[in-house]
Design a protein. Sequence first.
Length: 309
Amino acid sequence: MNEAVVLIKPHASSNARFREEVEGALRASGLTVVRAGEYTGKQLHEAGTVDAHYGTLRVGPLALERDLPAESLAKFEATFGVAWRKAADEGKLVNLQRAIQVRLIKDLDAFASAWRSGTTLKLAPGTYVGAVDGLLVVNGFYGNMRNKFLEPDARTAYYLVRWEEEALPWARFRAEVVGATDPAKADPRSLRAKLLASWREWGMAVEPNSTFNGVHASASALEGSREINIWTPLATAETSLYRVAVKLGVDVRGELPKWLKNQRVGTADGSAEGLAFDLCEDKGTEAVLTLIPKLPDAGVTKVQCCVVL
């Protein structure tokens, strides 16, 4: 059983037409809405929900270097003409918080726009670098996006959805129901593509783009379990992924927490290593759990015997 969180982002949540479109698409795709709710910007600010959800977007370059694969670091050097460590040591490669301090940035909307318009490079899911104002800034869009969630009159709707992987593989859920991050590249059947096609008709104030694309959805069953804990009253141990993990003998105390924190990990069979979210992207519950190491005696039938003298 798969479980995911679907969000209607603040810039689209107050639009009744789009809400109807989202709820209709979830039902038509065979997804069951288990829970639904809404948060105000004030509630999200007080609970720290947005920073908990997008925590990886705030990581600094030196911490990222430990987790990024060699090919991503090589791609960075080829794109920007400087090695990652050299750029970080010279103060040219920074996270958004440091960029704000160095450049005394006040207008995060204008900065995010300038960041997007320059050379940008995707290094991993949720990790981008952009050249702006003489700096190479990691995830320079985050402050602008975060503020939209936390505005006093903002509303963010959430849905906890559940479905069988056989009926709808996770990759199809993301591609056909939700759509690619960039609405202009999304499947025409998807919510993000429909929003881009109808935003004026639906009375939206801003044309959708890669950041303000209407909806968010968990990228895998692993991220779904993590996001359920962030956006709903349920604990991680109450999610489908955790319950199945226990049944399969997965190491839920030692290994699973590392994967839920998106640490650099190795798969159970030793065939791959990398950031956990990268390894699990587009995978449903059972596929994710085959990757995570099990307890030493999991799945082993113990045979006891005795010798009678």
